[in-house]
Design a protein around this ligand. Structure first.
Ligand SMILES: [Mn+2]
Length: 345
């Protein structure tokens, strides 16, 4: 048995002790999943699958952990009796890691983990309590812009709407190919949103042009960024066990390119990321292994950005006190809270 291998840790790498460079934070959470079940077991399955991922990243040019201290936290399991109180619990769990000292990488769990992670980012030194400074970059099959799903405003299908309601400055989405008319209207009406639809970027003849435009948008960003990767943004063939696999999605290399271009932009700091909607696949580890490969890519690109001075660490201790906030008092942005009946999905 290899003394340096620990199956409970991402990539099997035990924490080195001392200051943490990357925190891998499993959020086993599944309360509002609408179709396939099993996202609560996804983070652990991804960590197990990561044992088979190569430690060598050609862009980084060396084996992970590449001198960094990567720490994998124990599974978070919400205890509170109501959904909103559980979101508060998740917020409390996430906030200490958004201190500007380390890079937190959350593993979900359903996409409903996004609003507490975004709220936790508000106390990051580069955000300083003003979420309008934050851009969210999202890969997803779904726009996640519903006002509610079956009456639940904190459904995974509303993750992006709730992040906008919390006050983020911009939302960039790609891979989107399953959405409602109400979501299509919000994309047009809310100037903070830029959506690249999969039917354009994956088009057999003109897709390359649309994809280049997406990458240009990433290159033009500035300021702090949170990256949210719903693995159903990838083509369903790559992630067949995810809750709602959808055909016609992004290729693996498009997801990799998005990560490399994003972390390569010298004008932004990716302060945090999440990879969500991972569901264990039992007949083959394809779904969780695909997720583990992309999580590894994010870690490698973060470490490269840090090494090359593109990651503005805010280590001077200037941190805003987390604002007093509870999801119990949360109200939707009225302009987009449609009273219309939603169809089931
Ligand atoms: Mn999603």
């Amino acid at each position: 048995m290899d003394a340096f291998f620990d199956a409970r840790q991402f990539l099997g790498l035990p924490s080195q002790g001392g200051p943490v460079d990357v925190a891998v934070i499993p959020l086993a959470y599944e309360l509002t999943t609408s179709y396939g079940m099993g996202t609560a077991e996804g983070p652990r399955a991804c960590i197990q699958a990561s044992a088979q991922v190569e430690l060598f990243d050609p862009t980084l040019g060396e084996d992970l952990p590449a001198g960094a201290n990567i720490m994998t936290l124990e599974d978070f399991e919400a205890q509170a009796p109501t959904l909103r109180l559980q979101l508060d619990e998740m917020l409390g769990h996430a906030t200490p890691w958004l201190d500007g000292q380390c890079f937190p990488l959350f593993l979900g769990g359903e996409h409903g983990i996004l609003p507490p992670v975004i709220q936790a980012a508000s106390s990051h030194p580069l955000v300083g309590g003003d979420l309008s400074k934050l851009t969210v970059v999202q890969l997803d099959a779904h726009a996640d812009l519903r006002s509610h799903l079956n009456g639940e405003i904190f459904s995974h299908a509303c993750a992006a709407s709730r992040s906008l309601d919390l006050g983020i400055g911009r939302l960039l989405q790609a891979g989107v190919r399953a959405y409602s008319s109400q979501e299509a209207q919000r994309i047009l009406a809310d100037e903070r949103i830029t959506t690249f639809f999969a039917r354009d970027t994956q088009h057999p003849h003109t897709g390359g042009k649309a994809w280049s435009k997406w990458l240009d948008n990433l290159r033009q960003l500035s300021g702090p960024v949170h990256f949210t990767l719903d693995i159903d943004g990838l083509d369903g063939a790559l992630v067949p066990a995810t809750g709602t696999p959808v055909p016609g999605g992004l290729s693996y290399w498009q997801a990799v390119e998005t990560i490399e271009v994003l972390f390569g932009n010298p004008n932004i700091t990716v302060i945090s990321a999440d990879v969500n909607e991972i569901t264990p696949q039992h007949d083959t580890p394809l779904t969780q292994f695909t997720a583990a490969c992309l999580v590894t890519k994010i870690v490698a690109c973060h470490l490269l950005a840090k090494r090359e001075g593109r990651w503005e660490s805010s280590g001077t201790g200037e941190r805003a006190d987390p604002p007093s906030f509870s999801f119990e008092d949360f109200e939707q942005d009225e302009a987009f809270a449609s009273p219309k009946k939603e169809f089931h999905s």
